[in-house]
Structures are given as C-alpha cells and as structure tokens.
Design a protein around this ligand. Structure first.
Ligand SMILES: [Zn+2]
Length: 732
C-alpha cells in the first residue's frame, strides 16, 4: 500500500517503529527515535496518537502469528489514518521530514524473517533476528536448528557452543573473540544476549562457514552455507595406496558413488564452485589413472577419478578451513599361492602394495577367515579349490568396499596361523597348522603325567636328553607359537616349555626334576589321537621292563617236601612280585603265570626275545641234609650288571625276610648263561630246612620276599651301573 503523492514509505516502516519500541527496550536510540516520530505526529493529531499508543500496547502483547497479523491490520489502519491526516497540509510534510532525517536509524525495513537455505530446501522463522543498533543479529539457536546442528549453553562460563558437521564454535556473550574449530578469531561485534538467547552478527556468519544476504524489500535475511571453492587436487602413495586430496576453502556436504564402463569414482561436492585454478591431475599409478573436476550443476562440483580397473576406496573429509577431502584407494589382492610344505601347508596372499590382516577369526560354521582392510580382490583372482594337505579350499571375496576377505576350508582342528610380517609388507603368510590347546601336569601313583592336548589328530616323535635331563616331544604339523614356559609342581617334572622347533614342527620339552633324572618316561598318543600323554616315573621302577621266571612248573614240580611243591611257592612269590612291580609302574613279563610246564630252554629264549631290563628267576633250595638254611643269589652272564643286580636283590631280600646270608655267588646255571640281559637267580630259602619250609608256607613271608625282590630291583634301577647299561642299551 502506498501513501500516494506524499512519497511516504510503505507500512513496514511503522511496523518497525512499533516493534523496535517493544522488542528492543534496551535500544534507546530506536526508542528515542520512535518517541520523536510519535511526538511529531501527535502534535498535529491527537486521535492519531491514541491509535499509535493503542498499536504499541497491542503489539507488546503479541506472541504468535495471529497477533502479528492483527498488528499488521492495526498499522494498515494507522496508515489509513495518516492518509486522512494528509488532508491537513502540515502532517505529511512533518512525517516525510522525520523519516528522511532518521533514515540512518530507521532502515527502509528491518527484516524480521530468517530464511535458512540448505541444499534444495529452505525454512523460514521469525523472532530469530534481533537488532543491535541497526545491525541484524541472528539467533544461534535458529541457525543450529536450521543446519542440523546443536547449540549448548554452558552456564558457568556463559558460553554457547555451536556445532554442525562443519564447525565447532564457542561464543561468549559480550566478548568479541570466539573459538572456531579450535582457533581464536576476532568477531566484528560481540555476541548479543540481551533477549536471553545468544545471537551473532550476520557479518560474522562467514566465520562459521555460512553466508547471509539481506532483502530489505521482502524483509528477509537469507542464510546458507558458504559456497566452497574447490581449488586443487593432489595425490600421493602411502603404504602402496593411492590417496587423492581435494582442497576447498570451506567444509561441504558430499556424496560419492561409482560409475562403470569405464570404471570411475565420483564425488559430488555440494554448495561449491570450481576455482579456475583447479587442474586435472594425471596419476597413472596402479589402477588409478587421473583425477579431474567440473561444475556438474549449479552449486555442485563433481570430482571424478578415472580407474583402469574396479578398486575399492574410502572418502573422508577434514572440514578445515581449508577443507580437505581425501579419497584413499585400496590395494589390490592379486595373488594367492599355496605351498604344501612337509606337514604344514603355507598360504601366501600378495597385494600390489602393503597389506595387513585386520581380523583372523572363525565363524559359527567353523570356517576361518582373514580380513584385509583397504584391499580389493583383483578381478580374475582364482580361488584355491584343490585339496592340499590340511587345506580343502581357499576363497577370496570382497566383504565390503574397503575389506577383502580370505576364507579357509580346512581339515578339522587346523587353523590359519598368520606369520609375523617380514620385510615384504605386500604379502601375508598363513601356516595351516594344528595348535596346542592345553598342557597340564599332575602326579599319579608311580609317575608324573603331562597331557598335551592338540586341536586335531597328531603324531609324535619323542626323545630324551641329559644334562639337564629332559624329555622332548616333537609334534609335526603343530604350531606351538614363539616360545612359552609353564612352571609345574610335580614329582617328576619341573617345567614344561613349548616352542616352534621348525616351521613344520612344534616341540614340547619337559624339564625333569633332579630326582627323576634317572627315571624312565613313556609317551603315548591319546585314544582319539588329539594329543599325547607323557609319563615320567616318580620311582626308579616306573617304565622299566622286568621278566619274572618262577622256577619249574607243570610236570616239573621242583623239589617236593610232602605236599609242598617248590613250583607253587616260586609261582606265588613271583605273582606277588609282579603285582608290586605293576603298582610301581613297571612293565612285567612272566615266563609262566600258572602251573604250566615251561621247558628250561624256553625261559632264556623268552628273555632274549622280549629283551627286558632285568631277568629274575625265583627258586627255593633243597638238599638231603636238613641243616643248611638261608638265602643265596646267583648271577653268571653280563657280569658287571648282573652282579650289581644280584647284590642289590640279595641284600634287599635279606632285609625283608631275615634269613641267613648265604651270599651272592657266580654259577653257570643254564638260564643265567644263555639269557642276554642282566639276569639273577634267587634261592629264597631251603624247603629242606624245617624252619624255613614253615616260613615259605606262610603267605605273609612270601609277601615280604616279594617286597624284598622289588626293593632290590628298584635299587638296581637307581644305580649308576644300570644308568650306564640303559644308555648303552638305548644306543644299540
Ligand atoms: Zn628250583
């Protein structure tokens, strides 16, 4: 609506007078101005004053859109009044003068509508603009809402933190300096807090990546992102990966996607312009050819990376300023090779540049996989489908754009073991091996047991080494890892160590305790083959082989006294001896276990066949004379060993049964001469002597005799001379 020939401004002038009066009570300049105009008007028309006052008081109560409209109406009425007043000659001149004089204060219109433009859309708000002097300030709260950011008030410091995906800015009311993206910056004016909400000058919006334009005609302030100027692209190769950096002066939104035929990666940079200084960048490295850019549509710069082959990439943005968009291309996985090895197949995965394994895990179906970050499987890379040792197959696939996955189909219990990276960083090496799942050591009667549990069926080779005494178990196909040790509390074993002996063989070493140094050990595989069990004797008898030869038998009764047959006494003592030896962990062989006939020639033959550690023949003596009594022990062959065995057995037996000592003697008995292992024949006592006959008929006595024999055998096994024989026997 025009005020006609008077050339007066349109209604909004009046709206601003009133609204400034009401909404900026602290702004004395404006209120004085308003009062001056009202005063001028009222001197000439009291009814106009009344209506203006009414309008002012009315607008002071306005809160919502409805009241704003009513205010508009009221002031339209006021304008109408002015036109009526126009009939009076002086009034329009005064109004004109007043408005011209105070044009510097009262702008043509003070915009009230804040329009926030983002991408294709916009939003308009009111009550988001305040004036300091005649400088528009914009509410931070409205900017945060409009640009999808946040505004946080920090009461103790009276600061507002403004955050969008491009900027973090800290403003303090009344302070002309602010912190924007971590840097102190000087504002054109201190932020305003007079309305209880923080507002900043539109002149400072560029500091937070925004720009403002003021349309006084429409009464609108439009705020949008700064159009970022995309100025340059550069490239580098880091860790074998091509990285492209695109620079612009401000942060921006972007979208990236892939186009094919030919392969290329596209990044659209929104709210941007392309600087004339931007130059196409030839790269020609690996599959990456060049990077170029052009205006795709108004406000959108399109950056295109031309590729020779499909290649994964990641994009990241540092908002700056200056902003830096980084496109990192993957390394291509170009080769998979498998070396069958001896026991452990080895898979080598090769890339065009350095690669590393970011995850090695087993899925719920029991398949292992290795993930390689920043890698793309080259087109045409063949899977391994033939069975090679423990490997059934190996497949390579793209898990997502940035991650390549190698999947393993392996025999049960096998897993891929990643080698430590060596000089050549462009390859990953996996050993396909069994692993040691656990090692435990505990005491059992007669021995210390060490159980080594493996992830799959194993074979083993064991050995024993002196100084210090130790037992080694080599496990082909097992990956034991670098090195480890496990102190244990047991009679026979002090410490268990494990290490990778060769690339194909894991080794477990048992360090024996000093007292176990001479004692035997045994190694067996588990029934299910999923590990080995090592037993180390906790007595000298453990693991030793003893052949017991109860004299006579069957059709040969030996000496006979009434209903007492020597063959029965011999067998009973032998069986009791056998049981004690078995308890102590010995391996016991018998020339007879019942009343069967064994020919004299068969007894040494059995010993020579089985090759026990010792051979012990058990007899009782008899002569026509009733007086001779006592214990005799004979040896003949392998003098040094047999004599020691005879001496130990004889003295231990005497200690138990307390008969007369008839000494250790060397005598050419057939069974002693022909036997090729240390051999002894014991005449426990005289059946022809009435007293000893009575004792030999008592089970308690025979039990003592058996204990004596076992003690003697044990003492022999614990002697230096036996150790010497053992070493010699082992080397045979
Ligand atoms: Zn006999």
């Amino acid at each position: 609506m025009s005020l006609g020939g008077a050339g007066l401004p349109e209604n909004p002038t009046f709206i601003c007078i009133a609204s400034s009066e009401v909404e900026c009570p602290g702004e004395t300049g404006n209120s004085h101005l308003n009062r001056a105009i009202v005063h001028l008007l009222c001197r000439y028309d009291h009814s106009l004053l009344k209506r203006a006052m009414k309008a002012v008081s009315q607008s002071s109560k306005e809160k919502d859109e409805k009241s704003r409209k009513s205010r508009m109406r009221i002031f339209n009425e006021e304008a109408g009044s002015v036109r009526h007043v126009g009939n009076c000659l002086i009034a329009p001149i005064l109004i004109f003068l007043a408005l011209v004089c105070f044009a510097g204060y009262v702008d043509a219109s003070n915009p009230r509508i804040l329009r926030i433009e983002q991408g294709e859309g916009f939003a308009e708000t009111e009550d988001s603009i305040v004036f300091v002097g005649n400088e528009p300030f914009v509410m931070m709260r409205s900017l945060a809402a409009g640009f999808g950011g946040n505004l946080t008030w920090i009461e103790p410091t009276k600061e507002s933190v403004f955050t969008t995906d491009r900027v973090v800015a800290v403003f303090k009311a009344g302070h002309q300096s602010a912190h924007i993206n971590g840097q102190a910056v000087e504002l054109s004016a201190p932020p305003e807090l007079s309305t209880g909400r923080m507002a900043i000058s539109i002149n400072d919006l560029d500091l937070i990546g925004l720009k403002a334009s003021v349309d006084y005609e429409a009464g609108v302030i439009t705020v949008s992102y700064q159009r970022s100027s995309v100025s340059s692209a550069s490239w580098s190769v880091e860790d074998g990966r091509v990285t492209i950096a695109v620079e612009a002066d401000y942060g921006f939104e972007y979208s990236d996607f892939v186009l094919v035929q030919p392969d290329r990666v596209v990044v659209d940079i929104h709210d941007s312009v392309l600087s004339p200084s931007f130059e196409t960048c030839d790269i020609s490295y690996g599959a990456v050819e060049c990077v170029r850019a052009a205006m795709n549509r108004p406000g959108v710069v399109r950056v295109v990376v031309d590729l020779r082959a499909p290649l994964g990439y990641t994009v990241s943005l540092e908002p700056g300023p200056p902003a830096r968009l980084t496109i990192s291309f993957n390394v291509r996985i170009s080769e998979m090779l498998i070396d069958p090895g001896i026991n452990i197949p080895r898979l080598t995965v090769r890339g065009d540049g350095p690669i590393s394994c970011s995850a090695l895990a087993k899925d719920e179906n029991g398949f292992w996989h290795a993930d390689i970050c920043g890698a793309t499987i080259a087109e045409g890379l063949a899977d391994i489908t033939e069975e090679i040792g423990a490997v059934d197959w190996v497949k390579a696939s793209q898990l997502d754009v940035g991650t390549a996955r190698i999947e393993f189909g392996l025999k049960e219990g096998y897993s891929p073991i990643l080698h430590p990276r060596e000089a050549d960083l462009s390859q990953l090496v996996f050993d396909i091996a069994l692993t040691v799942l656990g090692i435990e050591t505990y005491d059992e009667p007669g021995c210390t047991v060490t159980k080594i549990t493996t992830s799959g069926p194993v074979e083993f080779k064991s050995f024993r080494l002196p100084g210090p005494e130790r037992v080694g178990i080599d496990l082909p196909g097992v990956w034991a890892g670098g090195y480890g040790s496990l102190p244990v509390r047991s009679t026979g074993v002090q410490q268990v160590r494990f290490a990778q002996f060769t690339a194909d063989t894991g080794r477990v070493v048992l360090d024996l305790s000093p007292q176990a140094a001479r004692w035997a050990h045994s190694v067996e595989i588990f029934a299910d083959k999923m590990g080995v069990i090592v037993r180390v004797g906790s007595s000298p008898i453990y693991g030793r082989t003893v052949m017991l030869d109860p004299g006579h038998g069957g059709s040969d009764p030996g000496t006979v006294h009434g209903d007492i047959y020597e063959k029965d006494i011999n067998l009973d003592i032998a069986l009791r001896t056998r049981d004690l030896l078995l308890e102590a962990g010995a391996v016991v062989q018998m020339t007879r276990e019942d009343d069967s006939t064994v020919r004299p020639a068969d007894r040494p033959a059995m010993a020579n066949e089985a090759k026990p550690d010792v051979f012990l023949s058990i007899h009782c003596n008899s002569v026509l004379n009733v007086f001779p009594c006592g214990t005799e022990t004979y040896y003949y062959n392998m003098v040094s060993y047999s004599q020691e065995l005879a001496t130990q057995v004889h003295s231990c037996l005497l200690k138990e049964i307390m008969l007369v000592d008839r000494k250790v003697r060397r005598k050419d008995y057939y069974v002693l001469r022909v036997t090729e292992v240390p051999a002894v024949l014991v005449e426990v006592g005289y059946l022809s002597n009435e007293e000893e006959n009575g004792k030999l008929c008592q089970p308690e006595f025979r039990q003592k005799a058996a204990q004596g024999l076992v003690n003697g055998i044990s003492a022999y096994f614990d002697s230096d001379i036996f150790t010497e024989w053992w070493q010699e026997a082992k080397s045979r």
